[in-house]
Design a protein around this ligand. Structure first.
Ligand code: NDP
Length: 452
């Protein structure tokens, strides 16, 4: 039976989820192939999480240098950024990671195809003019930035281009209020670009805790980002290198760059999914069942292309669950509740569990503990950053059902708290935990009186 197929598993897309699935399946002795048309490691490694975090680090040096003065460090000169050095060193690091991915795939025994694979029917893909039969096909093609179409939208760039700019503009307009918009606003502002964030809504990061969103907005403003909330762009005009952005209010402004960070859509166009009669949602994403199976039984999908939770670690966990389902014990599962996440805006935001608004909707009686304070670094370092923390507790069970933090090291701190919440920690557990002093994180175990 197995001889009917060239491979047990053919994975389309060598991003975080696809590569993990291919490697794990190969480790179980399966005959695996994986196809990639663009770059190994997908969005996260090439134009997402990794280079973004490198840029975040780069953008924080001026503040750190400023803070160092109060600790006695004299600097003879102002910092000057050499953008090409940052951009090219970043690219060198990404190429190193691409090579590691190549080695991981090679060592796993999976066969890597360099090219665009398309589905040509159940159990069959086509790549580089060759037809290949696979018992199972996995679509892990990820997502792609979405820019709405309007007069002049062709002058806007997406996050993909931000990693390869020839030069940094003096002024930038960033559109959107989600992860990518606020992260790039912090990066550009920190790198010295006069940064304007334009968002159609009234509160950034709208699916998160409202109070935390307001703290982020305030923190970004304090660092110098110009906020334009409840603002819409109607057209963009280009006059030589200058872009004129026209707003619905009738105002306009000139800028060197317009970044649209207005969401990402599933990468399913021209993938041939219709040849296997695979159902797609209106936005192009692929609906799957609890085993990541599409409407065609031999074809599976996971990661950003199924548009459940667009996060790298989620895609990786989905891949582990799928491989266990297909080739293992079938015991592994993924729980989409209480996924910790961080937004690397400045100030940084880390969160796990329910926002206060969501908790109020789902629970009859909650207690909310909050703390807002000046980080110790600033006592000598100056600056006006704050740290804000919030714990939300279900009074009926004493369980902590939400934990949020805005401020330095929020991602690192919330990762640990995520484990506690996953384990069902109660407020009494938090209270019984000894703090680490002096740290910002200790505040999470010393919140005694509820704020409301
Ligand atoms: P998001 O979905 O997070 O945000 C999109 C933003 O664009 C929203 O504020 C939305 O407004 C706005 N928007 C959508 N359509 C339009 C439009 N036509 N005109 C004006 N504004 C519009 O998408 P991102 O692109 O920021 O990021 C995509 C995903 O990638 C994230 O959701 C996240 O899952 C992942 N990601 C994760 C990161 C991390 O883990 N740190 C970092 C970066 C990305 P509204 O709020 O009104 O709907």
């Amino acid at each position: 039976m197995s001889d009917l197929f060239d491979y047990d598993l053919f994975v389309i897309g060598a991003g975080s989820g696809g590569v993990r699935a291919a490697r794990m399946a190969a480790a179980k002795g399966k005959r695996v192939a994986i196809a990639e048309e663009r770059y190994l490691g997908g969005t996260c490694v090439n134009v997402g999480c990794v280079p973004k975090k490198l840029f975040v680090y780069a953008s924080q040096f001026p503040e750190q240098l400023h803070a160092s003065k109060g600790f006695g460090w004299n600097q003879p000169n102002e910092l000057v950024l050499d953008w090409p050095t940052l951009r090219d060193n970043k690219t060198t690091e990404i190429e190193r990671l691409n090579a590691i991915y190549q080695t991981l795939i090679d060592n796993s025994g999976a066969e890597l195809f360099d090219g665009r694979a398309t589905v040509v029917g159940p159990n069959t893909v086509s790549i580089n003019g060759k037809s290949i039969r696979a018992r199972t096909i996995l679509v892990a093609t990820g997502g792609w930035p979405f820019i709405p179409s309007f007069p002049g939208s062709e002058h806007a760039v997406s996050s993909n281009e931000m990693f390869f700019l020839d030069q940094l503009p003096k002024t930038a307009v960033i559109v959107g209020g989600g992860y990518i918009a606020v992260e790039f606003a912090g990066i550009l502002n920190g790198l010295g670009v006069d940064t304007h964030l334009v968002y159609r809504g009234s509160h950034l990061l709208k699916s998160f805790d409202r109070e935390m969103s307001d703290k982020i907005t305030l923190g970004m403003r304090n660092k110098g980002v110009h906020m334009h909330l409840e603002t819409q762009i109607t057209t963009i005009e280009k006059n030589s290198d200058i872009l004129q952005v026209n707003f619905a209010s009738g105002d306009s402004m000139s800028t060197g760059l317009v970044l649209y960070a207005t969401g990402r859509i599933a990468n399913t166009a021209e993938l041939g999914l219709e040849t296997a009669c695979i159902e797609l949602r209106k936005d192009g994403s692929i609906p799957v069942n609890q085993h990541f199976q599409t409407s065609e039984p031999s074809i599976y999908a996971l990661g950003d292309v199924i548009d459940r939770v667009q996060l790298t670690p989620v895609a990786i966990q989905e891949a582990m669950v799928l491989v266990d389902h297909l080739y293992g014990q079938g015991q592994a599962s993924i729980d989409y509740d209480n996924i910790p996440t961080a937004v690397f805006c400045q100030p940084e935001f880390g969160t796990v569990g329910l926002s206060e608004e969501a908790a109020l909707e789902s629970f009859d009686n909650i207690a909310v503990y909050t703390s807002d304070f000046k980080p110790m670094l600033q006592t000598l370092g100056g600056g006006n950053d704050r740290i804000s923390m919030k714990l939300i507790v279900d009074k009926a069970t004493d369980k902590v059902i939400g934990c949020h933090m805005v401020g330095e090291h929020a991602a690192e701190i919330i990762q640990g708290i995520g484990i506690a919440i996953k384990a069902g920690a109660t407020k009494a557990h938090f209270d019984a935990t000894v703090g680490i002093h002096p740290s910002a994180a200790e505040e999470f175990v010393t919140m005694r009186e509820p704020t409301r």
